[in-house]
Design a protein around this ligand. Sequence first.
Ligand code: SF4
Ligand code: SF4
Ligand code: SF4
Length: 582
Amino acid sequence: MLNRYPIYTLDHDCQDCCKCVRHCPVKAIGVEDGRAKIIPGLCIVCGKCFEVCPAHVKTIRDDLEPVKELLAVTNRSIYVSLAPSWVNEFPRIDASIMVKALIDLGFKGVSETTLGAEQVSAGLAQLLKDRTPHLWISSACPSVVEYIGKYNHELVPSITPLLSPLLTHCKLMKKHYGEKARIVHFGPCIASKIEAEKYPDLLYAALTFRDLKRWLEDTRITLQKNKVVDDYSFVPEKSRDGGLYSMEGGLIETVKAYDTFQKVSFVTLSGIDHVKEALENIDPEDLSAGTIFVECSACPGGCINGPCADSDAPLLSRRMELEKRTIKPGIKPTPRPDIPLKETFRTKCIKKEGAGEEQIRNALLKLGKKDKKDELNCGGCGYDTCRAFAEAMVMGMTEPEMCVSFMRQKAQKKSNALMSRMPSGVVIVDHEMKIVECNQRFAELFGDETLSIYRISPGLKGASLPRIIPFSDLFKKVLQTNRDIRLNHYRYEEKLFEIVLFSIEPHEIVGAVILDVTRRELRRDKIAQRANEVIQKNLSTVQEIACRLGEHMAETEILLRSIAEGYSDEGTPETSEGVPEE
Ligand code: SF4
Ligand code: SF4
Ligand code: SF4
């Protein structure tokens, strides 16, 4: 079998929503770097996390390939142990059709797991005839057995010392078909995989109905509804009332068929939370008034509602269907002494190292929970109380980021730090024109009165925007259109604002950043004025130069002309007129 735990998380696709943590009855899921990981040593394989994960990243180990490989290479006899709720998964399919399909897939024969259940009932009937008062808890559900072994170790002696129906069936099959026969189970349960791991000599692999559907689909084997095929039936025989085992109360019904058991109280518990609640802190000695037999299943309603049960039909309809197809015989199966069912449960108790009080306090402080009133116990992190969460944090199972109130405070602090340091006024407003939040700079921009109110009530939460600013219409416009608006120069009293309005939540929330650009614009005016002055000055200088140049040109021309004339009129005395003055 693959060297992996029966259920695991596809790490990279985990959305860090903590839903699996919230639903895990024993908090066997640790979060690391925002990814929820199952801790095998703590897990009881109830499959809850698999059922609830919205991202479908809790994954059941695929044991189908090794089974296919085994079928392809071995010449051993491989038999199917088929859980009774197959009738819910494949409605209106006759047993003969199902048997034929499985044989077509390569199995030697198909047997009902319920044959094992019937043997267990017979064994239980014998056990309960003993008059010594005792608390007995059925060993039928491997997940409940895991729970008691790991978390309620004192009750281990109360687990009925009998193998589960599935393992009993495997024993029976091996007795019948020889030790070399291999058994592959199809059912609605993930915890059966743990049974295969613990008892590899008995059970080769535990597959799910989903695996079977996938396999049939891949090999294009169609199950014909309402049809019967001759010569195909369950081996070595058809079961009787064992099918009742897979529904809540069914186990007790089959046991009661053996006797009236007047001194025995029968109790049914289904759903791991109920099981936990009923058995927690129980002292078997306190129940010595008589014998109590508790039928427990981790899945609410019994195995027909197992985590890998795929049927869409309502639980009641499934139950009715199964009852209809279960024979309730007058003759009870007798225990087979050749199949020893006795089992001493090899479970390992989990001693959770409790965190010290000081460590828990420090963890709570880290979460911003300085005293009791800060402990919201909202369950957002997946733990019922902040204290339980803090303890898990000390144990390295959780991260502060899982606490919603811690994250909200952190986000608030960040936004506060940003808002308070911004040179612009920032305001966020809801659709009723009420302020959701603003910074001090915003209050400063709109006068002393607004600022005084801000000092009393920082953030101005709930204040009416139109009473503070004259341009609240712009906010309404953004709410209506969800389009940003930008104004480069908005005159407000003596000031000049640059305003950007933007939609935060369409039609719900709008924000604005308001920058006072009065000084900047004044400076710009001044610079422009100075520039103008310089230009003017330069212009007059240029004009003067041009003028001078013009005069100089004229004088030069006169002078040249007179020289020329002097040369042409020889004897004419040279005149000093026309020599330009420098
Ligand atoms: S299978 Fe059950 S016990 Fe294991 S992690 Fe999932 S919810 Fe928890
Ligand atoms: S339920 Fe668990 S595994 Fe699934 S996405 Fe949420 S945190 Fe991740
Ligand atoms: S406040 Fe945080 S730590 Fe407390 S229960 Fe809620 S999410 Fe968990």
